[in-house]
Design a protein around this ligand. Structure first.
Ligand code: RB5
Length: 142
């Protein structure tokens, strides 16, 4: 399983913490590489390209709130970026939405909550069936 991670300055610290915590998974770091101010769309673009090219199976994106970087990533056809704001949502984002990018707020979420949500997302399977019909309808309108 190839997993990429990227953040703007609002998510830089959380990204570094997650890279350490998931060291065994060898997360592919797409930046940013310092706490200096950057523009979150640049990292959403890098992540979308990594997912759509097959360079990564799924991605973790972080900005201050998780909102701006979600909006930017979801502009890409085939990207399903989900802001995991609760434990239950972490499960449903995989089971129902088959999200290929999970998003967090570096300034709005605790490290423990984020780790629990990532673990839940990775342990959950996509249910397909009626949910695939709904995902297909999203693709049709993109
Ligand atoms: C950057 O200051 C901040 O606006 C960004 O990280 C994010 O929260 C935008 O949605």
């Amino acid at each position: 399983m190839k997993i990429a991670i990227a953040a703007d300055h609002g998510g830089f610290e959380l990204k570094e913490t997650l890279k350490q915590h998931y060291k065994a998974l060898n997360l592919s770091d797409l930046g940013t590489y310092s706490a200096d101010s950057v523009d979150y769309p640049d990292y959403a673009h890098k992540m979308a390209h990594a997912i759509l090219s097959g360079q990564a199976d799924f991605g973790i994106l972080i900005c201050g709130t998780g909102i701006g970087i979600s909006i930017a990533a979801n502009r890409y056809k085939g990207i399903r970026a989900a802001l995991l704001y609760s434990q239950d949502v972490a499960r449903l984002a995989k089971a129902h939405n088959n999200a290929n990018i999970i998003v967090f707020g570096g300034r709005t979420m605790s490290v423990d909550d984020v780790i629990n949500r990532i673990d839940t997302f990775m342990q959950t399977s996509y249910e397909g069936g009626r949910h695939q019909r709904r995902l297909d309808k999203i693709e049709e309108t993109e």
